[in-house]
Ligand binder design. Structure first.
Ligand code: ZN
Length: 224
């Protein structure tokens, strides 16, 4: 990147390990990082606390927590009284899919970016070890980038998804190389009241599998 003021980037920050690595990757690329998180009725507020702590310690230029009406995202195990599956990562779209979440999040991130003349959006989606979510696919990222460029005054937007083709183990290694403190992140879909991971939901399984494959120990506490 040329000298002068750093270009601004808007980074979606959920508080999970992938978004934490994505946040650090954007900073390492030289961007002035503006992080955005969403309160959308998720059952577990602990992930927003994780997002705040990650944003503070990077640090970011600013961290916006955007409130959305929870009613729009009902019917998912992450927002509703649907049980979180614990029997392993299966085929098909799991009940932890939240209706059109990444489309909504990226749309708001795009509005914020256009309002501050930022042209770069970052999202930590992953298409390799992912849980089957349609809005984590490469085709979704490409389609949203195309949308951003026809939807705005000047266009020129890039949607960066630096983890898109990485395995969970590669994400762990990349995060450690970038200095991510994984103890600040949260992944579990169903933590206990003390914030400990259940060790059995898809998010815990993928996370623990990634650490094990990378030969690293996950610093988070688990119930089992
Ligand atoms: Zn879990």
């Amino acid at each position: 990147m040329a000298d002068g003021p750093a270009a601004k980037a808007v980074v979606l920050l959920s508080g999970g390990m992938d978004s934490a690595v994505c946040l650090h990757a954007a900073k390492a690329m030289g961007y002035a990082v503006h992080a955005i998180s969403f309160r959308y009725g998720q059952r577990h507020r602990i992930e927003l606390q994780a997002a705040e702590s990650l944003a503070r310690s990077l640090p970011v230029v600013e961290h916006l927590i955007f409130d959305l009406a929870a009613e729009a995202f009902a019917g998912s195990a992450l927002t509703d009284s649907v049980a979180v599956p614990k029997s392993g990562v299966g085929a098909g779209i799991p009940v932890t899919y939240v209706p059109a979440r990444n489309t909504v999040f990226l749309s708001i991130a795009l509005a914020w970016a256009e309002s501050m003349a930022a042209r770069d959006l970052f999202i930590g989606v992953n298409a390799v070890d992912y849980s089957g979510y349609p809005d984590c696919r490469p085709a979704f990222i490409a389609a949203f980038e195309q949308l951003a460029n026809v939807a705005t005054k000047e266009g020129g937007y890039r949607v960066h998804a630096p983890l898109l083709q990485m395995s969970k183990a590669e994400i762990v290694r990349r995060g450690l190389a970038l200095g991510v403190d994984f103890a600040q992140t949260r992944s579990c879909y169903d933590p206990d009241p003390a914030g400990r991971g259940c060790g059995a939901c898809d998010a815990c399984r993928l996370r623990l599998g990634g650490f094990a494959e990378a030969g690293q120990v996950d610093p988070l506490p688990y119930v089992c």
